[in-house]
Structures are given as C-alpha cells and as structure tokens.
Design a protein around this ligand. Structure first.
Ligand code: EPU
Length: 418
C-alpha cells in the first residue's frame, strides 16, 4: 500500500508548471479511433486514467507509443467493436468510446459504466441522443450494444449540458454526410478543445463554447499534431494549496480565461492574484477570509471539480463558508477525513457549511475520490503535524507528480510504500 506522508505548516514558494488537461486528453484519445492517420499529442499528462485509455486503444487495435508527454496513436485500420469489462470499469470516461466506435464501425458493444464515488452517473442523455441520430441502442444485463446503418444528423436538445454526452455526440457525428445540431451543449473549454482537435483532423464543427454546436459530418478524418490545453482544475487545486498555507507561488502554463470562474472565490478569501501571460502569481494572506457562498455550475460557472480543495482551504478561514454543489450527488465524501483533521464541516444534502477553525491537525485519512483526495492534501499542507493519506489511486487519476511538485514548492511530503 502506498501513502502520502505530509508534515504540514510549511510555507510554499516558487513556481509550479501545470500539465495538460486530463479531461481534454481523454476524449481526444477516444477520438483517435476516427482518424485514418497518425495522431501526435503533446502535453499529454502522465495519469492513470490516460494510461487506461491508452490500454483500451491498444486493445481495440491501435498502435500507441508514449515518450515523455508525447503520445502517438496510429489507427491501423482493423478495430475491434467491443471493450472488455475490466478495461471499461477502470474509469467512467471509457463510455466516450461509444460514439467514435459506432461512427467508425457502425457498431459498438460496451459495458455500462456504473455509478461512482460521486454518486449515480447515468448515461441516458448520451443514449437518447444516439437514438435520435438513428442508432439502435440495446441495453441488457449491464451491457450496451449500439448499431446503425447510417448516422442521420438532426437537431438535438440536451435536457442538461452534459460534458460527456456533448463529446459522445460530437464523436458520433463527426463522420458521415449529415448535419447535426446540439442545442444546450456543454460549453466547457474541453469541448472547444475537442472541436479544435477534430477540425485539425479535417472535421467541420463549429459553435463549441456556445450554446449550439453544429457538426457537418465529413467523409474521413486524417491525423494531426496537437498540444493538449493546460488543466484548469489542476491549476485551481494548486491555488488552493497556496491559499491554505498563506503562501505566495507562481502557477505557470495556465489559460487565464479558464481560471476566471474560480478567481472571485480566491479574491473573496483575501488572496491577491497577479495575472501574467499564461501564468498567475497568487499571494495568500496569513489567514483566509471566509467565502460567502459558492455554488457549482456548468461552465462558465464555478467548476464542481475545483470545489473540494476550496472547501479544504476554507476550513482554516476566518468565519463560515457556504458551499452548494449542483452537479454531483456525493461530492462531499472527503468531509469525514477533513473533520477527522479538526475541520468543522456540516453537510445538509447538497450544501456544505464550513465553519473555519484556527488549526487543523495531522491524522490518518483515506482519499475517497480524486478531488476529495486533493482536498485532503490541501488540508494536510495547512495542518499541524503529520497526515498520512492512503488510497492514492484516486489522486493519481488526476494529479501528475503531486508530491514532486509540492516538494519543489517547499512542502514536506513524501510517498511511502509498504
Ligand atoms: N448526467 C445525467 N445523464 C447523462 C449524463 C450526465 O444525468 O446522460 C448527469 C451526471 O450524473 C452528473 C451531471 O449530469 O450528475 C454532469 O455530468 P456530465 O456528463 O456533465 O459530466 P461527465 O462527462 O460525466 C465530466 C468530467 C468530470 C466533471 C464533469 C462536470 C471527464 C472525464 N469528466 O464528467 O470530471 O466533473 O464533466 O464538469 O471529462 C474529474 O475530473 O474529477 C471529474 C469528475
């Protein structure tokens, strides 16, 4: 078993470079099955979710190589139409293979992803949209079979701007000779990134980042070289680390615009933020102020994935922060660990009331999910004494080299193995 051992209360200083965005790299890797030529992806983060997606690509028949942060994918022209359960179950985002496989092969047979640590995660919006696009969808005993003679483009109104459903529909309809409109599409930067990637490969897609995405199917997609955009959630997590420890750090390789939705929370907490070109210097006060009310929303609202680390920093703020989660049912799993460290958080369904305390104390805690794990790291950095965090597989899904980055910033952190 591995654990992070963090001796808290060290000030951080210096700079950290943000990696490529996990949630942009994942759908782009899935998109590679649509391309008939080599795809070269730079700035591809080294994370377990990316590793698992590469495993699936290899299983499907693609040749994939990685050298440092560059991943090359060659679709060799003979793809399998199914993915085994053990590969599917390693991460939920494997469902994003459904669209491109159905588009490329006319069929796909996958296992249904179950719920996850964040609560039930249905894919009804994906599947209903597929049916409208002339895909026959059969769900049986935990499996899902999609088949189609021909994708027939149409106008789709999403009941909720689901990120995954928007991606899956874009990938289903990028090929073919029909036109599809996605109304109430997700507007996250990762959707724009997917559009940019697909267009570089010869697709004809417009409107990503706005309410309506228009996809004109094309005959074929070629390859391209693409660099993955920086991870806005990793950036906001390091901002929380600086804020919780009263530190000043520079965060490099960010997209300033994508950080915008979280900036007000840090300013309200008393942090000064100086933006440069693709970088940010955050200067945190000795003790943070409480943040009046944070409500997570779809982009460009406050991102759900930034929430838990901000809750962790608010644990040591002056006063009470109210946090409202609107996207996932079980966002607050890490509260148990935070309260074990001396935090005072009360959960009322989707609302978390964080009563700031003067001190947190080191404890033995378990990461429950990716962002909750990052919240425990955040609290440990601010806490008196030693915290040991286990279940690191959650944290490793989304944060490359976290202990190395934090050590360079001056934290006392190491990874131990039994
Ligand atoms: N939903 C449905 N039906 C659907 C699809 C979604 O009810 O068919 C619900 C979900 O259950 C959830 C909400 O809608 O309550 C949001 O789901 P969405 O489809 O927008 O999210 P996702 O594609 O499953 C991606 C990210 C998440 C991020 C969310 C929201 C990836 C691989 N995952 O998930 O990232 O929180 O968008 O921005 O892109 C993470 O990185 O830690 C993470 C969870």
């Amino acid at each position: 078993m591995e654990r992070l051992v963090i001796n808290g209360k060290r000030k951080l200083s210096g700079e950290v470079k943000i990696h490529g965005a996990k949630n942009a790299a994942l759908p782009i890797l899935c998109a590679c099955v649509l391309c008939d030529e080599k795809v070269v992806l730079h700035n591809c983060p080294k994370l377990s979710d990316i590793k698992n997606t590469i495993e699936i690509l290899k299983y499907l028949g693609c040749e994939v190589t990685r050298e440092e942060d560059t991943v090359e994918v060659v679709n060799k022209g003979y793809l399998k139409d199914s993915i085994p359960k053990d590969l599917m179950n390693k991460m939920r985002s494997s469902i994003i293979f459904l669209g491109p496989l159905t588009a490329k092969l006319g069929k796909a047979n996958l296992c249904l992803p179950g719920g996850c640590e964040l609560g039930p995660r249905p894919i009804d919006i994906h599947l209903k949209s597929f049916e409208k696009l002339n895909v026959n969808v059969v769900k049986q005993s935990g499996k899902i079979a999609c088949s189609t003679e021909k994708i027939k483009g149409t106008s789709i109104n999403l009941p909720f701007p689901s990120v995954g459903a928007t991606e899956n529909i874009m990938l289903l309809t990028a090929l073919g000779n029909s036109k599809t409109l996605i109304h109430n599409a997700a507007r996250e930067p990762e959707i724009i990134e997917l559009q940019n990637f697909l267009n570089k490969c010869g697709a004809n897609i417009s409107g990503a980042g706005e309410n309506c995405i228009v996809i004109n199917g094309v005959k074929k997609l070629h390859g391209c070289t693409h660099s993955i955009l920086p991870d806005r959630i990793e950036a906001s997590t390091y901002m929380s680390f600086a804020a919780a420890t009263g530190s000043t750090i520079s965060i490099k390789n960010i997209c300033n615009e994508h950080i915008e939705p979280v900036v007000f929370a840090f300013r309200e907490a008393g942090c000064e933020m100086l933006f440069g070109e693709n970088e940010l210097k955050i200067i945190a006060p000795k003790r943070l102020n409480r943040i009046m009310h944070i409500k997570t929303l779809v982009y460009p609202g406050f991102p759900t994935d930034s929430g838990m680390p901000i809750i962790a920093m608010s644990c040591v703020a002056k006063g009470t922060t109210i946090f409202e989660e609107t996207i996932f049912q079980n966002r607050y799993n890490a509260t148990l660990g935070l309260n074990k460290m001396g935090a005072n958080i009360k959960i009322y369904d989707r609302i978390a009331v964080v009563e700031g305390v003067k001190e947190l104390y080191g404890a033995d805690v378990e990461a429950t999910d990716l962002r909750g794990g990052a919240a425990l790291v955040c609290a440990s950095l601010a806490a008196n004494g030693i915290t040991k965090i286990t279940q690191l597989q959650h944290i490793d899904r989304g944060y490359e080299n976290i202990e190395y980055n934090l050590s360079v910033l001056g934290a006392d952190i190491k990874r131990e193995k039994d």
